[in-house]
Write a protein that binds this ligand. Structure first.
Ligand SMILES: Cc1ncc(C[n+]2csc(CCOP(=O)(O)OP(=O)(O)O)c2C)c(N)n1
Ligand SMILES: [Mg+2]
Length: 293
């Protein structure tokens, strides 16, 4: 396990690009294992999204965010807001790899008395900045936090991970307008475009493309990237530094449900996966085989 340090990893004197890629990819691999192990406790869950977003979260927690793992309330930390409460399993894996919660604690996922409930709740889990569940509110909270931090002269970044389903929510676009109006260069949105929602493919629920042009029209510095390509993700996040200082930034990440586990990549009804008892080990084996290629 590696602990995210209180340093700027993208600084020129830092590790080489290849080292950063390896660090992130190794952590993402371990995070996928954590997700499978947690999912197995319940026999089902939001496993497909968590495997899909693992690379994005690994880039955030291993490379980009300024955090002090032993001090989750450090005032100068970057705030990572998970507005999709059902993605909590993914964030727990990231928090464990970042050293914010012990890896062993992941075994308690979803059980009574655990600090790791199935839906993310700020009062339960160190490093969980907001409670999720009611979709479409993370970005609005992020706008408020970014305004507050700027007002107090704190140089932290606010990062909101939201889903493509949340792009159906009017509140997301109100927040997007507010961020541009208030010139919140300290706010970054990361959209997990996994092309899926609870009711089926995103394109069938509500047509949201062209997503980049929408964010641009709302005044955001916009980047779109393959969210399962670690080097491309690192370049995309690094490129945010080129944005005007007072422009909010968005990284639109196209991710693949079940990424890394072919058995689960092709699953129907992938929003909430039921996985048979014998399939968990197959999934782990496929993950390891993919990592060796
Ligand atoms: C305001 C709100 N409306 C509806 C729901 C019910 N709901 C829970 S998850 C979900 C799917 C949202 O899309 P997305 O987050 O893209 O789904 P995923 O990629 O995880 O399949 C919905 C509609 C909710 N939690 N909150
Ligand atoms: Mg989705």
């Amino acid at each position: 396990m590696t602990a995210t340090q209180d340093v700027d990893r993208a600084a020129p004197a830092g590790p080489s690009f290849e080292d950063r890629v390896r660090r992130v990819a190794d952590a993402a691999h371990r995070m996928r294992h954590h997700v499978l192990n947690m999912g197995e406790v319940q026999g089902q869950g939001y496993v497909g999204q968590a495997l899909g977003v693992a690379d994005v979260l690994a880039v955030a927690y291993q490379d980009q965010l300024r955090l002090r793992p032993a001090d989750p309330h450090w005032d100068e930390r970057d705030r990572f807001l998970l507005s999709i409460g059902h993605y909590a399993i993914a964030l727990y894996a990231a928090l464990a790899e970042a050293g914010v919660i012990p890896v062993e604690e992941l075994e308690t996922y979803g059980s009574d008395e655990s600090r790791l409930p199935m839906s993310g709740m700020a009062s339960y889990t160190p490093g969980m900045e907001i409670s999720g569940g009611s979709l479409g509110h993370g970005l609005g909270v992020g706008v408020g936090m970014a305004l507050g931090l700027r007002h107090r002269g704190v140089a932290s970044r606010v990062v909101n991970l939201l889903s493509d389903g949340e792009l159906d929510e009017g509140s997301t676009w109100e927040a997007a307008m507010g961020a541009a109006h208030h010139r919140l260069g300290n706010l970054t949105a990361v959209v997990d475009m996994n092309a899926l929602q609870a009711d089926g493919p995103t394109a069938g629920v509500l047509a949201i493309e062209p997503v980049e042009r929408k964010w641009e029209a709302f005044g955001w510095h916009t980047v779109r990237v393959d969210g399962n390509d670690v080097p491309a993700l690192l370049r995309a996040f690094d490129s945010l530094a080129e944005a005007d200082a007072d422009t909010p930034r968005v990284v639109i990440c196209d991710t693949r449900i079940g990424s890394g586990v072919p058995l689960l990549e092709t699953r129907e009804k992938a929003h909430f996966m039921r996985i048979d008892e014998h399939e968990w080990q197959i999934a782990r084996d496929q993950l390891d085989q993919g990592a060796q290629r």
